[in-house]
Design a protein around this ligand. Structure first.
Ligand code: 5GP
Ligand code: ZN
Length: 114
């Protein structure tokens, strides 16, 4: 998608601090971190949000969670704890319309999820 910032990051047209990459998945540091560890994990292919995931994406989405597990360990938060957030749609204030999972940790995150 030409006007999608995350597709531009995938295409390396926009620089980012990449922490993981394979054929189908990219993970990079959030430009505006809310915690000491704040990584965004995305499928390379443009999926709008969770509403647009299909059966064909089952392997890809499953792999994303294996990557999340490995990144949590790599970033040093596997044992202390972390939160995964996937904003979908306007009530969740999804800003970037390309499916992504926030991996947030490195501090006590509090009990608010809404
Ligand atoms: P959302 O609110 O859509 O779940 O979150 C989008 C996230 O993408 C935000 O946390 C925002 O800081 C991050 N973001 C937006 N544009 C860029 C960018 O150009 N580079 C990086 N690294 N992160 C971005
Ligand atoms: Zn995109």
């Amino acid at each position: 998608m030409t006007d999608c910032i995350f597709c531009k990051i995938v295409a390396k047209e926009v620089p980012s601090q990449i922490v993981y990459e394979d054929d189908g998945i990219l993970a990079f540091k959030d430009i505006n971190p809310v915690a000491p560890v704040h990584v965004v994990i995305i499928p390379k292919k443009h999926i709008l949000n969770i509403n647009d995931i299909t059966e064909q994406d089952v392997k890809l989405i499953g792999k994303i969670f294996v990557v999340i597990k490995e990144l949590a360990a790599k970033m040093g938060v596997a044992n202390t704890g972390f939160r995964i957030v996937a904003n979908s749609g306007s009530d969740a204030r999804q800003e970037v319309d390309h499916l992504h999972f926030h991996l947030i940790g490195g501090k006590e995150l509090g009990n608010k999820i809404g």
